[in-house]
Design a protein around this ligand. Sequence first.
Ligand code: AMP
Length: 421
Amino acid sequence: MSDKVTRPRGTQDFLPEKAELLFFINESATKFFQNYGYRPIVTPTFEKEELFKRSIGASTDIVQKEMYEFEDKAGRKMALRPEGTAPVVRAFIENNLQALPKPVKLYYIGQMFRYERPQAGRYREFWQMGAEAIGSSDPALDAEVIELCYGYLASLGIKDLVLKINSMGCRDCRGNYIEELKKFLSGKVSEFCNTCSQRIDINPLRVFDCKQESCQEALNDSPKILDYVCDKDKAHFERVRTFLDAVEINYTLDPHLVRGFDYYTKTTFEVLLPTLGAQNALSGGGRYDYLISDYGGPQEPAIGFAFGTERIMLALESQNISVFTRPDLDTFVVWLEEEQKTQAYKTTSYLRDKHLNVLMGLDGKSMKAQLKMADKLQARTALIIGEDEVKAKLLTLKDLETGEQEKLSLEQTVDKLREKS
Ligand code: AMP
């Protein structure tokens, strides 16, 4: 006897109820993003592996431990995308999108893949929606992107969201900070886990990403990046804050918010729902002013973010918020004899054409069984087509809540069903 094949660890089946919510979020976020001038972009789910190594950073957790890498049949090294920014940047350069009016505002929706240890809110395949605004270094754009990210989550009715912001400075001022951080970390090596100790020389900023409590504690009195940021970047950050204050968006300054990718510069931010526990980040992003030029593209400053759709779903569930209600079934068409089946089929099709939600009985079940089915499916009404109805060119509409029945023409049925919906 062979074992049943089950889904891979860290993946999920979205059964209809959950899939409906997923698609609702994708749709409502699309509308929200369109308000801010974003247009969609779709890139492949797999890319050449080097794309991510070069952009996210070879010493990050994502590239070192979590990337799904594979060789295709011709021996080319590929990777399932672990995030959406690098592919968008690649597509921007490859398709010369810099010719468009700037900032070029793009959004994407799709699955990402990371070989992480699965737990609630952390999967190996997960959905992200992200926005990238390329071609402007205006601090008003930073504020706008943060407002979009936070605003969409707030629009769903999620309460107690925490917006954290920080500035990581440009490459020049960050160099001084990294030297100070290295000194600090080297003086406390024994307090850090093995991975962190190894990171001190290679990429000390990544120590902030460590999920171990002891490492986080050891970082408590570490030097703060904002103290090392140059005057120009400080002024930029001040402007971002002024714009956020102007629209009364509450935020917390978090000097440790450096985010898990190497490409971030200046403004970084995250939206958290602290009550969600370990996986409480709903979204995160920041500026990446050098990524496009590092890739051989034009010098285009940019900023973006992504939210995790499953995390939003968990947040909604934890606060008992229902944002999606499935449209009711307007009617269930019941037919009695084989001779009325074609009429039932035609009527069903006609009503659907009038944008009504309709199902019809199948498999020659009895009238009783069909009515039972209509009840089970919570149809508002049943539309009965028997010999008498066909002869009289009328339909019997039964209200399944009140039990009332009336004989109506097809047009009257349409009006009545619309009235009830
Ligand atoms: P990141 O791309 O790491 O900045 O993550 C952006 C958002 O994606 C996070 O705030 C989470 O909401 C979500 N996310 C990241 N990793 C995972 C994962 N393994 N499973 C589910 N959601 C994730």
